[in-house]
Design a protein around this ligand. Structure first.
Ligand SMILES: C[S@@+](CC[C@H](N)C(=O)[O-])C[C@H]1O[C@@H](n2cnc3c(N)ncnc32)[C@H](O)[C@@H]1O
Length: 209
């Protein structure tokens, strides 16, 4: 198992018990996402965590696959799912790389609170672009730490050494948008919730042609 999977396995129960930091913003992000979901939508969510968002969106779409690198996170997801009547949602232990053969496949891909944790985030954005159908939507929520928490650049590596934090990338909102534009995306919506200085919500579209 990778160090990343071990880290998230270790904190999975704590993460599951943690209340949403800004409920109002979370609800608005769900609603903004749902404006793009239809009963025909084929959806992939990577780094789904404990599955809360997948469980909300899945009843609105045709099929919903939610993946995460951490087996313990996925176990929590599957337990939650077993208490529901949702039949079009599957949770799997996987990374986006395991799905790279699925090109032009999905109507919507979600990557929430994940891109800033990936050293290859630019490649992941490009991969997402390939996996979407023309006209498809990439929904992301990303910690853009260079804009307001640049000091963490020195603290987080120490925390990582002590096993208290995962790997974290530092980039700005502008740099994130630039990575998306370079991959071919059009930015449809971008929102920084009033209470957040770093959590940047972006809905990007793969052009039809
Ligand atoms: C900050 S949590 C976000 C979870 C969820 N998306 C949310 O918004 O609450 C990051 C999640 O990404 C997962 N993760 C980290 N690296 C990953 C990777 N390379 N591929 C898939 N999942 C990954 C972790 O296991 C963890 O569940």
């Amino acid at each position: 198992m990778t160090q990343t999977a071990l880290f998230w396995d270790k904190i999975s129960k704590k993460y599951a018990a943690k209340p949403v930091a800004d409920e109002e913003a979370y609800q608005k992000k769900l609603a903004m996402t749902q404006a793009y979901l239809t009963h025909e939508s084929k959806v992939l969510e990577f780094a789904c965590g404990t599955g809360s968002t997948a469980l909300v969106h899945a009843p609105l779409v045709s099929s919903y696959t939610a993946i995460d690198i951490s087996p313990k996170m996925v176990e929590i997801c599957k337990n939650k799912l077993s208490d529901t009547e949702i039949h079009n949602l599957e949770f799997k232990v996987a990374t986006l790389d395991d799905y790279r053969q699925f090109e032009n496949e999905y109507d919507v891909i979600l990557g929430l609170s994940i891109l800033h944790l990936l050293s290859n985030y630019k490649e992941v954005i490009a991969q997402t672009f390939k996996m979407l159908k023309p006209g498809g939507i990439f929904v992301s929520n990303t910690g853009c730490l260079s804009d307001h928490m640049a000091y963490m650049r020195f603290i987080l590596p120490l925390m990582k050494l002590l096993g208290l934090a995962p790997h974290v990338e530092f980039f700005s909102r502008k740099e994130l948008e630039q990575s998306m534009l370079s991959s071919g995306f059009i930015i449809e919506k971008a929102w920084l919730p009033p209470k957040s200085k770093t959590s940047y919500f972006v809905i990007a579209r793969k052009p039809e042609s």
